[in-house]
Design a protein around this ligand. Structure first.
Ligand code: GKR
Ligand code: MG
Length: 419
């Protein structure tokens, strides 16, 4: 029955460009944890999640408790994770993905093990994860070009291959490069970096350059309710949705009352217990799910049903990630009919990976579901060793966009809800 013999958790660090957001700027290296669930029949299931030291400590505490369990016993595995994690609260110091809570700590700790077990199930049975999740509603999953304001390179380093994007022309040039290279048919701009009127101008420039691409703007809750209303009025008819203009469910509901622009979130509704209030207040039109903290692929499918019930559209959130996560996102989106918006992904910004090349590719802005069993991706063990070595040497142990920004601008304070 594909019994777990060992669980290996490997922290990795990989190069990340200086992408700007409301919390600060991305550090030179992003962290992730790679999970290998090694089974008695030789099958190895793969999972991936955040790599901050607090997350890593939790994953390492859980790993030995899973030995001896079947990869098909997902309920038992979740109960085990819950027992280990109980009493430990999750943290998101940059608050880019909402508040931390006990239930999120459990679900985010369980998620990468669930994915690894589904990968192992698929490999043991010779079927794809998308088939374990109910079969494909689509064979290929559309993603959005995820634009960032960015510096030309990290301070003190030579310019990177992506180039700077610090004004509307730079943003349009970045969009052209992404659309040309990957074929994206939707575009999202990460905002909350410059005064709101400049970001409105950038969206207008994108609209002019890409008349037919749905556009989204996400300032990560940097604005007041009043500013959010002003931006929504300016961009009425231009945006597909406005993502997290202002903090909190109540604030979002205040904005929603006065705009026709759909409001989306990955910040104010980040756990099942947030849904009743969001529905009651009619605060959001679109929810960005993320299997990394909503408790894995199957709970995201349950979330999709709830969203459908309450007339909330479903999209997908992304943080900086590697190929194992991309594969999991693709299988989930392919098996979830309600996920009708092009998903977010940071993958085009990721120049390193731990998976063997070939299984994941963008075709006309979409990623075809990988063909092999399970997630359809295999580890590149040399790459894993190299990126683990990078982790050991880079000295970064948690994401700290604000702290890194303050090394350049000592007076920097995240605008959260104040612009
Ligand atoms: O990577 O800078 C970033 C993003 O701002 C990310 O951290 C957010 O969580 O992409 C995310 C979002 O949609 O809010
Ligand atoms: Mg967002």
């Amino acid at each position: 029955m594909t019994i777990i013999r060992d669980v290996v958790v490997t922290p990795v660090a990989f190069r990340d460009p200086p992408l700007l957001n409301a919390a600060g700027v991305h550090q030179p290296y992003a962290l992730r944890s790679v999970i290998q669930v090694v089974c008695d029949d030789g099958v190895v299931g793969l999972g991936e999640t955040y790599g901050d030291d607090s997350v890593l400590a939790r994953l390492r505490a859980i790993a030995p408790t899973l030995v001896g369990r079947s990869v098909f016993d997902l309920n038992g595995i979740r109960a085990t994770v819950e027992a280990v994690v109980s009493g430990v609260a999750a943290r998101d110091p940059d608050r880019l993905t909402g508040e931390a809570s006990q239930s999120r700590a459990v679900l985010s700790a369980y998620a990468p093990f669930e994915v690894a077990c589904l990968d192992a199930q698929g490999k043991a049975l010779g079927v794809r994860v998308v088939d374990l999740l109910g079969g494909p509603a689509r064979d290929t999953v559309p993603f959005a070009a995820y634009l960032f304001y960015k510096w030309g390179g990290h301070p003190g380093e030579p310019p990177d291959a992506f180039g700077p994007a610090l004004d509307p022309d730079g943003v349009v040039a970045q969009a052209r490069a992404m659309v040309e290279r990957y074929g994206f048919r939707s575009i999202k701009l990460k905002g909350g970096v410059f005064p709101p009127e400049q970001e409105v101008t950038a969206i207008r420039a994108l609209r002019k350059a890409f008349p037919d691409h749905p556009l989204r703007l996400d300032p990560n809750a940097a604005w007041t309710v009043e500013t959010s209303r002003w931006v929504a009025a300016e961009l009425d008819g231009v945006l597909e949705y406005l993502e997290d203009p202002t903090p909190g469910i109540a604030g979002m509901a205040d904005v929603a009352r006065t705009t026709r622009v759909p409001l989306a979130t990955n910040m104010c509704v980040v756990a099942f217990e947030h849904l009743p209030e969001a529905v009651k207040r009619d605060a959001i039109d679109v929810l960005l799910c993320d299997h990394h903290y909503w408790g894995g692929l199957r709970l995201c499918q349950a979330l999709a049903t709830m969203c459908q019930t309450f007339g909330i559209g479903l999209s997908m959130h992304s943080n900086t990630h590697l190929g194992i996560s991309l594969a999991a996102m693709v299988h989930l989106a392919a098996a979830t009919p309600a996920l009708a918006y092009a998903c977010d992904t940071h993958y085009p910004w990721t120049v390193d990976d731990v998976v063997q090349p070939g299984a994941l590719r963008f075709v006309d802005g979409s990623v075809p579901v990988p063909e092999g069993p399970g997630l359809g991706v295999e580890l590149d063990h040399d790459a894993l060793a190299h990126l683990h070595d990078t982790y050991l040497r880079c000295g970064i142990r948690r994401r700290d966009d604000a702290g890194y920004m303050r090394t350049v601008r000592p007076d920097f304070a995240p605008p959260r809800g104040s612009w």
